[in-house]
Design a protein around this ligand. Sequence first.
Ligand code: PHE
Length: 343
Amino acid sequence: MQQNAAPGPGEWAEFKKKIQKSSTLKDLETIEQELFGRKSGAMTLAMKELKNLSPEERKDKAKELNEQKQSLVDHLEKLKDELIKPDSAMLVKSDSIDATLDLPKKEQGHLHLVHEFTRQVEETFGRMGFDVARGPEIESEEMNFNKLNVPEDHPARDAQDTFWIKSNKKGKDRLVLRTHTSPVQIRYMETHEPPFRAIFPGKVYRKDADATHSPMFHQFEGLMIGENVTLANMKAVMITAIRELIAKDTQFRFRTAFFPFVEPGLEVDMKWKGDDKTKEGEWLEVVGCGMVHPNVLRNCNIDPDKWQGFAFGFGIDRMVMIKHRIPSIKSLFPGDVRFLRQF
Ligand code: PHE
């Protein structure tokens, strides 16, 4: 009679089926309680019944119950593992990326107008076969003036126009913030054998400030030396550069001008419409250029009877002002994104 009260193998099999059918951890917990609950779990009760059996019967029954118990626990654990392991359907829900979702645009910056333009300059002249080199912004008086044939009494050497740097250097070694990129011509000629063509972009400094002048601004110098390089070659290079860098229909004019390091010397003006009210626009001086003076070639140990060529210096900021119709050079340097975002 007592034997009949204890669950038989059929009942354990029912529990196993129930376990298999469970789809949540909560279901499994309920079954676990039904089997192993301390007070009324089926297995707990069956184990308690053992003490009412005769010693022989008890031994066999205990063995059978222990096997069933182990098998039920194995089933439970296995299913628990499966339910805990995220299946692919769950992953799709929680980890998926919706490539069609329309997110707010991330703000993307761009190079500053001056640097963007400088890269275009390097590309444009690169296509014409020009190398790119750079020189220091702190120069000696020798490099910035003397070797460029600038006379002792030239006003550019004046403390009113040039930033001189305090140091214990004397004479031609005195230091200045370079007033133009022309000293890089000297550095390049002293270290290269002609023929060559190169440009030298960078910052320059002058004591000047208004709508079209800034105490720091950008230039790119150019130099082309060969046996038969002429003023006509120079004009062709200038015109190509202006049209490519600003616009095909940019208005410009060549004027004669004086620079001690060229002979003859020219200047190029371009039409600047910085202000919408002045429809006509006004001429802005943008380039100084000319045939390299024989004294300059000699100063760099290049024989002027064999070699000749041209040099030029473009004002980068002014070209940017013309290209983008910017009314004041001062807008270019504070780094105000409200200004920069417009381009
Ligand atoms: N260095 C001159 C300037 O800054 C420009 C220039 C360069 C003129 C080369 C002639 C030749 O004004």
